[in-house]
Design a protein around this ligand. Structure first.
Ligand code: G3H
Ligand code: 13P
Ligand code: ZN
Length: 345
C-alpha cells in the first residue's frame, strides 16, 4: 500500500478514540524496531525524521529504508513525517523526498531558537498548508513554545527549542489563539505547549498539574473539538531504562518524563499524535552499554545492535498498546494522496 497521510491516520484515531505514537528515526535498526512492533501489534505507524535525521541519513538512505518498510510490511499503513520543519523550504524538500506529512514549526523563527510572533507563525504555516494540501500531504503546526514550567527555560537542550527564559504564557498554548491559528492556517494537527520539553531532562520530580498542564489540553480540545492535537516531548523516560544505562557505566542524572497515564488523559481529550524519541535513545543506549560492559571482548556490531533493536521494539510495542493504536492497522482503508488532496478543495 502507498504511504499514508497523517490526516488520514489521525482522523481514524479520532473516530475510534485512540492515539498514535510518532517515533523519531535516524537509522535502519530504529525503523526495523518500529515496524516489527507494528507487525506484532497490528498498529498503524508514524515514523518521523528531524532535520538532523535527514542530514544524518543524507535523505536518500532514509528514503530507501522507508521504501523497504513499505515493501516488507504491506499490511501496515505508514506515515512519514517531517519533524520540526523550520521553514517552508524544509517542508517542500521533505515533500519532494516522499514525506506524506510535514510539521511547519513556526513557533520559532527559521534559526530554530528565537521565539516567533503569532503573525509570522500564521504566515509560514498557511504557506506550507497551501503547498502541502495541493499534494494531499498533511501539515502539523505548533503554537506556544515548548519549555519547562519549573524553570521557565525554553527547550533548547536538543537544538529544537527557544533559548533563554520565557514567560508562563509563552510556555503554554493559549486556547483562543489556538482556535484563531487553526482557522487562519488550515492545519491538520496542532502541537501544543503544556510544559513538556525534548530530551531526558523534562521534570525534576514526577509531574503534577503545576508543571505539566494537562488542563490546557482539555481547554484547547473544548475550543477545537475537530483539531487533532499533538504532544511533543512525550517520552516517559522510564526509570528502568535510566537504571540500565547507569548500571552499565552511564551517568544520567535522576529525571522524570511524561507519565503514560497523563498521555492517556490527553488521548481522551483530542491528542492523536504523541512524539517519542528519547525513550528509544535510552533503550538503544542501555542495551549497547550492557553488551559492552558484560562482554568487552565483543566487537561485531550485530552483537550489540541486535539487542539494541530488540530493546527499542519492546518500547514501541508497549507504547502502541498503551496509546490504543494496537489492533487498528487492518481497519484503515488507505487512500492515495491524490484522493486526499481533493478533500482540501
Ligand atoms: O524534536 C526533537 C527530536 O527528538 C529530534 O531530535 O534533532 O536530535 O534529531 P534531533
Ligand atoms: P522526546 O524527547 O520526549 O522523545 O520528544 C520527541 C519529540 O517531541 C520530537 O519532536
Ligand atoms: Zn518535538
Amino acid at each position: 500500500m502507498p504511504m499514508v497521510s497523517l490526516r488520514q491516520l489521525c482522523d481514524h484515531a479520532a473516530e475510534n478514540n485512540y492515539g498514535l505514537a510518532a517515533f523519531n528515526v535516524n537509522n535502519m535498526e530504529q525503523i526495523q524496531a518500529i515496524m516489527e512492533a507494528a507487525k506484532e501489534t497490528d498498529s498503524p505507524v508514524i515514523i518521523q525524521a528531524s532535520r538532523g535525521a535527514r542530514k544524518y541519513t543524507n535523505d536518500r538512505f532514509l528514503y530507501h529504508l522507508m521504501q523497504a518498510a513499505v515493501e516488507l510490511y504491506p499490511k501496515i499503513p505508514i506515515c512519514l513525517h517531517q519533524d520540526h520543519g523550520n521553514s517552508p523550504e524544509t517542508c517542500m524538500s521533505a515533500i519532494e523526498q516522499g514525506f506524506t506529512s510535514v510539521m511547519m514549526d513556526g513557533s520559532l523563527k527559521e534559526d530554530g531558537k528565537s521565539h516567533a510572533d503569532f503573525a509570522y507563525n500564521v504566515a509560514v504555516t498557511k504557506k506550507v498548508c497551501q503547498m502541502a494540501h495541493a499534494k494531499g500531504v498533511s501539515v502539523e503546526g505548533e503554537l506556544g513554545c515548548l519549555g519547562n514550567l519549573e524553570t521557565g527555560m525554553g527547550d533548547k537542550e536538543d537544538g529544537h527549542g527557544a533559548e533563554g527564559k520565557l514567560t508562563r504564557e509563552q510556555l503554554l498554548t493559549n486556547p483562543d489563539e489556538a482556535a484563531d491559528f487553526v482557522k487562519q492556517t488550515g492545519v491538520d494537527a496542532l502541537a501544543v505547549a503544556i510544559g513538556t520539553s525534548h530530551g531526558a531532562y523534562k521534570f525534576t520530580r514526577k509531574p503534577d498539574g503545576a508543571i505539566l498542564a494537562m488542563d490546557r489540553i482539555i481547554e484547547i480540545h473544548k475550543k477545537l473539538p475537530n483539531t487533532h492535537l499533538v504532544m511533543h516531548g512525550s517520552s516517559s523516560v522510564p526509570q528502568a531504562l535510566q537504571d540500565i544505562i547507569n548500571k552499565y557505566g552511564g551517568k544520567l542524572k535522576q529525571t522524570w518524563g511524561v507519565p503514560v497515564e497523563e498521555i492517556q488523559l490527553g488521548i481522551k481529550n483530542g491528542v492523536r499524535k504523541i512524539n517519542v524519541d528519547t525513550d528509544l535513545r535510552l533503550a538503544i543506549t542501555g542495551a549497547i552499554r550492557k553488551v559492552f560492559a558484560e562482554t568487552p571482548e565483543k566487537f561485531d556490531p550485530r552483537e550489540y545492535l541486535a539487542p539494541a533493536r530488540t530493546a527499542m521494539q519492546a518500547v514501541c510495542k508497549e507504547r502502541m498498546i498503551q496509546f490504543g493504536q494496537a489492533g487498528q492497522a487492518g481497519k484503515i482503508k488507505v487512500k492515495p494522496l491524490s484522493e486526499i488532496a481533493k478533500l482540501y478543495n
